[in-house]
Design a protein around this ligand. Structure first.
Ligand code: SAM
Length: 281
């Protein structure tokens, strides 16, 4: 299927990611699917209308979100057995803090072919910019707006051994940074703002540094807030003792001490002395 073909698409549901601010980020495949589909289910027909106009396309647009009535959703899914229906959100990847999961779930249940056309997603762009560990990350959606609920959410996520990623709004950023400073102190924080747009910015620092900065320079625009993982737990002497006892079952005291020193970062000579005691006793 080439860009300008009039190729038809097989009937089904096509989940299409769209730009998060820079129209140049539309993928070739997204543009092809939007050109070839029979209609587009979208959050806001005005927002999607602008994108379609930019692409030189005119298609039926149907307003859809997860609060749509069962009847509307069933009708939309029924139409997918005959027509190619694209699902887009206002920006980025549908279903990521955006409508669509009910539609996808019920389309699958109805045996409709579901295809995803990947593209921009603010979570991922934030992660690539922040320079925080990302071998593990956890997307936390939007933090709650109310103080108590926000603190509870941070408390709950605080023990997750991963970088936390949140969607945030400009008016709430400062209060979130303050809450993080209190509840998750000693974390590296990144504020990634206006991604892919003219005023793209990514600032890193402690929660206090960033609160000071944004207190003095109230932010505008769209924000991804990232919180680095908790510092590795100091191995407790008890852990080391257990490891030493286990190692001594098969190793000489000196070898056991070296092994446990490597695993825990504790002093090898102290471990060796303890190993001799354990062996003796
Ligand atoms: N589905 C979208 C995606 O894939 O990124 C996210 C939709 S969510 C309703 C909107 C939130 O995403 C914004 O409040 C902001 O936190 C984040 N966001 C979207 N575009 C952004 C951008 N260009 N820069 C920073 N954050 C953005």
């Amino acid at each position: 299927m080439s860009h300008h073909s009039t190729a038809t698409l097989k009937p089904g549901l096509y989940i299409v990611a769209t730009p998060i601010g820079n129209l140049g980020d539309i993928t070739v495949r997204a543009a092809e699917v939007l050109a070839a589909c029979d209609g587009v289910a979208c959050e806001d027909t005005r927002v999607t209308g602008k994108l379609m106009k930019h692409l030189g396309l005119s298609k039926p647009l149907w307003r859809y979100d997860d609060h749509a009535s069962d009847k509307d959703r069933i009708r939309l899914i029924e139409s997918m057995s005959l027509r190619a229906v694209a699902l887009v959100s206002d920006a980025g990847t549908p279903l990521v803090s955006d409508p669509g999961y009910r539609l996808v779930r019920e389309a699958r249940e109805a045996g409709v072919a579901v295809t995803s056309i990947p593209g921009p997603c603010a979570v991922i762009v934030g992660l690539t910019l922040a320079g925080l560990p990302n071998d593990r990350f956890m997307f936390g959606g939007f933090l709650p707006a109310k103080d108590k609920a926000r603190r509870d959410a941070l408390d709950e996520l605080g023990s997750v051994p991963a970088t936390l990623v949140f969607y945030e709004t400009a008016p709430r950023l400062l209060r979130s940074l303050e809450a993080i400073g209190e509840i998750l102190p000693n974390r590296e924080i990144a504020v990634a703002r206006e991604l892919t747009k003219l005023h793209e910015e990514c600032r890193t620092g402690s929660a206090d540094e960033l609160s000071n900065y944004y207190g003095a320079h109230p932010p505008k625009g769209e924000i991804v807030l990232l919180v680095g993982p908790p510092p590795p737990r100091d191995p407790s002497p008890d852990d080391a003792e257990g490891q030493l006892i286990e190692a001594l079952e098969t190793l000489k005291p000196s070898q056991a001490a070296s092994l446990v020193a490597k695993a825990t970062g504790l002093d090898r000579r102290a471990l060796y002395a303890r190993a001799l005691e354990l062996r003796g006793g």
